[in-house]
Design a protein around this ligand. Sequence first.
Ligand code: DGY
Length: 324
Amino acid sequence: MRPYRIVLTRPPMPAAREKLEPYAEMKVWEGPGAIPRGLLLEWLQDADGLFSLGDVRVDEELLSAAPRLKAISQSSVGYDNVDVEACTRRGIPFGNTPGVLVETTADLAFGLLLTAARRIHEGWEWVRSGQWREDASFPFGVDLYGKTLGIVGMGDIGSAVARRALASGMRVIYHNRARRSDEEALRTAYADFGELLAAADFIVVLVPLSAATQGMFGPAEFARMKPTAYFVNASRGKIVQTEALCDALREGRIAYAALDVTDPEPLPAGHPLLTLPNVLITPHIGSATRETRTRMAELAADNLIAGLHGRRLPACVNPQVFGS
Ligand code: DGY
């Protein structure tokens, strides 16, 4: 008899299942689609733990439907879908998966930038559709070498993107809530937000979504960018005002957007972003490698197991619930 009951909002990676199995009876939503809210609340009535995968809203309503909940673990670094203060008020530790996805997400962000600049995805489409002939020439891309990259959100992932950009001969400037003390070692320079928008040839956005960052890229921000600017978003779609981005791309106020995240997500068929020629979009795959998703699953499982046992979570967003 396993001592705990847990709810999983999607089938977990085998690495997480193996870790959790000895401790808990699992109720797993197998789909299709996201778990219906009503069913989730019903399942949580006698649950000791919630293992959250996907964009599940964790709020007062959910917490009050789950009177036995000892811990919540989410397999992601971002947690804008979670009311952490509400968890803390109820003494419920909430764990996420920072650290383990830094290099993988930086690869994707820099990969988007490079792919868009050199039109790699368009080149492949051109070849595949039989347009590669001796008398036809493919539209030019732009160089990274010698250009300025502006990173908005200089945490661990931002620093990892900066390393990649420096290796490609770019100059790197950044904007962050707090100026970094290791700027010199990172070979980057701080810029205020407006300066960065005006100076950068490429902008990569990596800030977490919060009340302060929601919609921070709107008409005024796109208007400050160079008409040749490339805009990359690898954090959360809601940081950008989608309509303003579409207008800026359509009217040539910026050159190109490469997005791993969008608002809404997924994009419905026929969405204006899908009709523009100067956009590259991937389906929110920043951390989606076998190795990294396995590490995230393991850490998320370790978080939940620790919480079920009343121990401090290895990666806890609200450690104050443990009294410190
Ligand atoms: C993260 O970990 O936050 C990734 O964006 C996946 O949601």
